[in-house]
Design a protein around this ligand. Sequence first.
Ligand code: G3P
Ligand code: CA
Length: 284
Amino acid sequence: RPAPGVRPEPPAISVVAHRGASEDAPEHTLAAYRKAIEDGADALECDVRLTADGHLVCVHDRRINRTSNGRGAVSNLELSDLATLDFGSWKDDAAGEAPDGRHPELGSVHETAADTERTSVLTLERLLELVADADRRVELAIETKHPTRWAGQVEQRLVELLERFGHTKPPPGTPSAVRVMSFSARSLQRVRAAAPAVPAVYLMQFITPRHREGRLPRGVRIAGPSVRILRAHPDYVAKAHHAGHEVHVWTVNEEADVELCRELGVDAIITNRPKQVRNQLKLT
Ligand code: G3P
Ligand code: CA
C-alpha cells in the first residue's frame, strides 16, 4: 500500500503487436510474431479466417491478393493451396528492399528457415504453438473475421483449438492468456457460450449513443474502440472504466496517439510498432 500522500503508480499499459511487428515484417507471418516477442510485446494480435477445408489461418483481408502472390478468397482455397504461395515478398516490394539487403527483383527465395518464416501462410495452430513455446507469458488477441458467413464454424473451430492448447480452462486464479475480439457481438457471444473463461473484446469502428454510455454486449468486459473514436470522444475511456470495462485501443501508431492513450489511461494499445511504443511509454 502506498504511503499517505504518495499516488500509486498507474498500471502499465499492455502493448499488443497488431498482426505481429507488422511495420518491420510481413503481417501475420511467423517472422512478424517472433519479432514482436523479441521487441517485448505483451500480446500478439491476429485475424483469423477459415479455409475451404476448415483450417483457421491468420489473414486479414477476405482475399489473399494484397498479401500474397496468389489470388482469390481464403474461403475458396484449401490450406494446401495457400501453402504453395508467398505471403512475405509483397512487403519487400513495398519497402524497396528486403531487410537482409536482398533486392526485391531477386524475388522470394525459400533458402533458409528464416525466409520460410517470412513468406509462409501462418495457421492459428502454429501461432498458438509459438506462444506456448515462448520463454515468458505472451498473450494472444484473436480477431474473428466475417464470422456470420460461416454460421458458427469459425468460432467452433477456434474453441476446439483453444481447448486443445488449454486456454478454455486456465488454472484457478490465472487470467486467461488468450482473448477473442470481434466487430460482431454475435461472434463474441458464440465464443462466450462455448468457452466462458475466454475474455471477449468488442471492437468498435463507430461509436453509437449506447457505446458512449459505456455499454457493451452482454458478457463482454473489454471495449475495443479505434483510436479515432478516442480522438473524437476522449471521455469514452472514463465512461468505460466507470462501467467496469477495460479499454483496448487500435491501431495506435502515431506518437501523439500513444500520448493520448497514456493520458486517458487506456489498458492496452494495439500497434504495428511494439518496440517504439514500449520505448515511448518507457516500459522495461
Ligand atoms: O485490433 C483490432 C483491429 O485489428 C481491427 O481492425 O482491420 O486491423 O482488423 P483491422
Ligand atoms: Ca485485426
